[in-house]
Design a protein around this ligand. Structure first.
Ligand SMILES: NC(=O)c1ccc[n+]([C@@H]2O[C@H](COP(=O)([O-])OP(=O)(O)OC[C@H]3O[C@@H](n4cnc5c(N)ncnc54)[C@H](O)[C@@H]3O)[C@@H](O)[C@H]2O)c1
Length: 340
């Protein structure tokens, strides 16, 4: 434990900001929640009050001048991240940035340059890299237990929920491929240890009218070719009636690894109609441990100088694959990377 804890400033006191604030306040060693900034003062105050009475700012730029804040936990809608990251880098504040980090390759490149020029630590919130089951799958690949990689499949399906505000506007969210599927693109690259070189995507808004109106999708499939020769497949859906369903399967020439849907408890109710169990009700419960572990590791990056596990270049790569997937639907053909 350090004498002086690293002061973290949360920017964006919404759904995921609340999860991170709770972890920082109660469970991340060597760090404390120093401040919360949100244009919605009520949201910022309620999170600050619950988590050690952190300072409250309605303008994040003011928080950047606060010496007690050494790093930002950036949980604002995607279209705001470039500007805030550039200002944070200028102020010498490290950044943990929720995905997606950018909405275009130009913005992603600007972020890479800002991070490189300032030397700040920058970590993207790809929490699968910290999930115990995914870490085991990665270990199986790295230790050669699977042999030659043949196929990698990953899916990410959310329970039905109202889609409102910035999430309905792909100009602000990046659309499903950046805002959601980018998790899977990152997982495929990381697990396979190889870059995606071609994508072919299909997608539609089969449930959510607002998404359809705005040119976004709620149900997508993406086929991929990786540089190491393996084939990848990812699907996402925003309407999964049985709960949150994120699963992975990797097939190798010698063995395979798969993760199960997981259950919140080990209790099964057995009735004459069958059994029932409790699947995860959303991302926050499914990835609870990973959300904590990624912040613990981010703080250790600041303290020890080590590299984050999901870097700004990983964030850029996921944005690139997502933009290529969208272009594949629009152009009705496979898209070869690099893509701009
Ligand atoms: N890693 C994950 O699994 C995961 C899960 C959920 C969300 N996210 C990502 O986190 C980000 C936030 O998502 P959310 O669901 O928490 O959104 P949200 O809408 O619930 O919260 C966003 C917050 O940002 C605030 N905000 C808007 N403009 C601001 C500004 N200029 N300065 C300060 N605050 C501002 C809003 O008032 C709101 O409180 C998105 O990029 C989303 O994709 C990641």
């Amino acid at each position: 434990m350090l004498n002086q804890k690293i002061g973290l400033g949360l920017v964006g006191a919404g759904a995921i900001g609340r999860v991170h604030a709770g972890n920082i306040h109660e469970k991340v060693p060597d760090a404390r929640l120093a401040a919360v900034a949100d244009i919605d003062q009520k949201a910022a105050t309620s999170i600050a009050e619950l988590n050690g009475h952190a300072k409250v700012y309605s303008d994040y730029a003011e928080m950047l001048r606060d010496d007690s804040v050494q790093a930002l936990i950036l949980c604002v809608p995607p279209f705001l991240k470039l500007e805030i990251t550039k200002k944070a880098a200028q102020a010498g504040k490290h950044v943990f940035c929720e995905k997606p980090m950018a909405l275009s390759m130009q913005d992603a490149d600007e972020m890479v340059s800002a991070v490189d020029a300032s030397g700040i630590k920058f970590q993207v919130g790809y929490q699968r890299r910290f999930d115990p089951s995914y870490l085991k799958a990665r270990w199986a690949v790295e230790t050669g237990r699977l042999g030659k990689l043949l196929m990698i499949k990953e899916h990410n399906r959310d329970p039905p929920a109202p889609i409102t505000g910035w999430s309905t506007n792909p100009k602000k969210s990046g659309g499903i491929f950046l805002d959601t599927t980018s998790h899977d693109f990152d997982a495929v690259r990381w697990l396979a240890g190889s870059e995606v070189v071609r994508v072919y995507a299909e997608g539609d808004a089969l449930i959510y009218e607002d998404l359809k109106k705005n040119g976004d999708y709620d149900t997508v499939t993406v086929m991929m070719r990786l540089a190491n020769g393996a084939l990848g497949f990812v699907d996402n859906c925003y309407h999964t009636v049985y709960g949150f369903d994120g699963r992975l399967e990797i097939l190798g020439s010698e063995a395979a690894v798969s993760t199960s849907i997981g259950e919140q408890t080990f209790a099964h109710i057995y009735t004459k109609d069958g059994t029932s169990n409790e699947f995860f009700d959303g991302y926050a419960t499914r990835w609870a441990q990973a959300y904590l572990d990624e912040l613990v590791d981010f703080v250790q990056c600041i303290i020890t100088g080590k590299e984050p596990k999901a870097t700004v270049r990983d964030g850029r790569a996921a944005v690139e694959i997502g933009l290529a997937a969208r272009a594949s639907i629009e152009q009705q053909k496979p898209i070869t990377l690099p893509f701009r």
